[in-house]
Design a protein. Structure first.
Length: 540
């Protein structure tokens, strides 16, 4: 069977000051109708550049300088821009990684999807409105009429991604390119989006080029797999072949870095609590006028948890479950409405402002997005030293300590004079760790610290956290929606839903024999839970 899309020896050159000459080097791939080809690799491997090359959406200074991209026999690399515009949407459509940045915040969802029909068809307004509503129904968005009238910020992350899929499907393209469409989603929403893509592919016979760094996703939906590293395809084959019997060392390394769902043997925990959370609640009130018509959101409801000294407590749940709000209450970025938060028996709410300032140095936070939490105009060393300087340490001494902390987290001490944009994602997260450790806290609150990292970098950061916990005697509150990660690093786990803790206990017990239906649903939603089960199904 002939391929509907073929990349034949495609190379894409980078600007002269880049870290390598080519983003893609002699890449050859084929995609057939009614199949899902997953292109997998780490950041910088060239997988997203492959998608952009097919769509001819390359950034300035980057260009295709060799090879052919054949779609239904036509070389896309040789088409003019007006000719290429006719291919985009109608022949090949793309789902982008972050819908919030891909969607126009000033235009309703319905108008953005409808624009596809306005530009490519002669349909009237009423017909376009009906087609838009039909597409929103097809991607299972609740209340399609209301969703069409909504702006992007008024939809959840999963709903925005569904709207992007509806837009991509508007003109019934023969090829759908999905660039990391589930990376930022929680486990149940991710499972829904994967099921939606798979269902649409089967019903419509669409060929799907699925870009991902998650081998769990690969195991869940791929028919064939291509593994990329440093701009080259190093291995490709059926999903069963690549996952079950990888041939290339890089593929083996990526698969080995995927954390297993099974928790390691339980450690003996200290009977001494370092952190006690007692009946903490936080409510947000938005909208309304003079107290009327306000929307009340119970972000955290009567949460009580205990973190033993030297242990790691995982807090898991979907987006909106209250995990991050609870984390912010713990470090007093926001004040809870009621309840007590005690560190070594001291209730933070009972302290004066000066006493609280001193006490909060004992509980520090590592943020989800280190690039957003680091000032781009300040050197990395200054970011790490800032807390020490605020608490009275002379600048020279604080910078010397910053060098020591860089070495502690596995960075070159001389790098303190570099700016955040000069580091990789994993390195920036290490800077975030160094900054949090500067004040020698007793408790570290890590809010989704590895969710945006590649699987091998993720493994490195998790290993570092475990080493620091042992070396420094840290106690850690670990916020995550990735249950595989939680299983590997946590001693205890609390499962949150709609602001409440619905189940908690030793992680081996909670994940091994979940008692609450919501916990069971979360565990069942993990993509590619077991590669060996996938192989058994393929061979059956």
């Amino acid at each position: 069977m002939s391929a509907i899309l073929t990349l034949d020896g495609v190379s894409v050159s980078l600007p002269r000051n880049a870290d390598r000459p080519h983003a893609m080097s002699e890449v050859s791939l084929s995609l057939h109708a009614n199949e899902i080809l997953c292109v997998v690799g780490e950041s910088g491997s060239g997988k997203s550049m492959t998608a952009n090359a097919v769509m001819r959406l390359l950034p300035p200074g980057v260009a295709i300088d060799a090879g052919r991209i054949l779609f239904e026999g036509r070389d896309l690399a040789g088409l003019s821009e007006p000719e290429m515009r006719k291919v985009r949407g109608a022949g090949i459509a793309m789902i982008f990684q972050e819908p919030m940045t891909a969607l126009n915040p000033l235009i309703t969802i319905g108008d953005q999807i409808g624009e596809m029909f306005t530009l490519h068809t002669d349909l009237g307004k009423a017909q376009i409105r009906d087609r838009v509503q039909g597409l929103l129904e097809e991607v299972a968005i609740p209340d399609p009429v209301a969703a069409a009238k909504a702006y992007p910020h008024e939809l959840s992350g999963g709903q925005r991604q569904r709207a992007m899929i509806a837009m991509a499907l508007a003109l019934d393209p023969k090829v759908l390119i999905a660039d990391e469409p589930t990376t930022a989603l929680d486990v149940t929403t991710q499972a829904q989006i994967l099921e939606l893509v798979r269902d649409l592919q089967k019903r419509k016979g669409t060929a799907v080029l699925f870009i991902t760094h998650d081998f769990g996703v690969v195991a869940e939906i791929a028919d064939r797999v291509a593994v990329m590293s440093q701009g080259r395809v190093v291995e490709q084959g059926t999903a069963a072949q690549v996952l079950g019997d990888p041939q290339h060392a890089y593929t083996k390394q990526l698969i080995a870095a995927v954390p297993p769902l099974k928790a390691p043997p339980a450690r003996e925990l200290s009977p001494e609590p370092i952190l006690s959370i007692e009946h903490v609640s936080k409510t947000y009130r938005t909208g309304g006028f003079l107290g009327r018509g306000q929307r009340v959101t119970h972000a955290v409801k009567d949460v009580s948890l205990v973190l033993p000294k030297g242990a790691t407590l995982g807090i898991v749940g979907e987006s909106g479950s209250g995990k991050s709000t609870l984390a912010r209450c713990l470090v007093r970025l926001i004040d809870p409405d009621c309840g007590a938060i005690r560190i070594s028996g001291t209730d933070l709410a009972s302290l004066s402002k000066s006493e609280l300032r001193e006490a909060t140095r004992h509980i520090q936070m590592v943020f989800q997005d280190p690039f957003a939490s680091l000032n781009p105009r300040r050197k990395a060393g200054d970011a790490v030293a800032q807390g020490l300087i605020v608490h009275g340490t002379p600048r020279a001494q604080a910078l010397a300590r910053a060098r020591e902390l860089f070495a502690l987290v596995g960075l070159d001490p001389s790098a303190i004079d570099r700016y955040p944009h000069e580091f990789s994602g994993g390195q920036r997260q290490r800077i975030g760790l160094a900054r949090a450790l500067a004040l020698e806290p007793r408790v570290l609150v890590a809010d989704e610290p590895v969710s945006a990292l590649d699987v091998s970098v993720q493994a490195q950061v998790l290993k570092l956290l475990a080493e620091l916990r042992q070396r420094l005697g840290l106690s850690i509150v670990f916020i995550t929606h990735d249950l595989r990660v939680a299983a590997q690093v946590c001693d205890l786990v609390a499962v949150m839903k709609n602001g409440e803790v619905v189940e908690s206990g030793p992680i081996g017990e909670v994940f091994g024999d979940p008692q609450h239906a919501y916990t069971r649903a979360l565990l069942a939603s993990i993509p590619g839970r077991d590669f060996s089960m996938r192989e058994q199904r393929e061979n059956a």
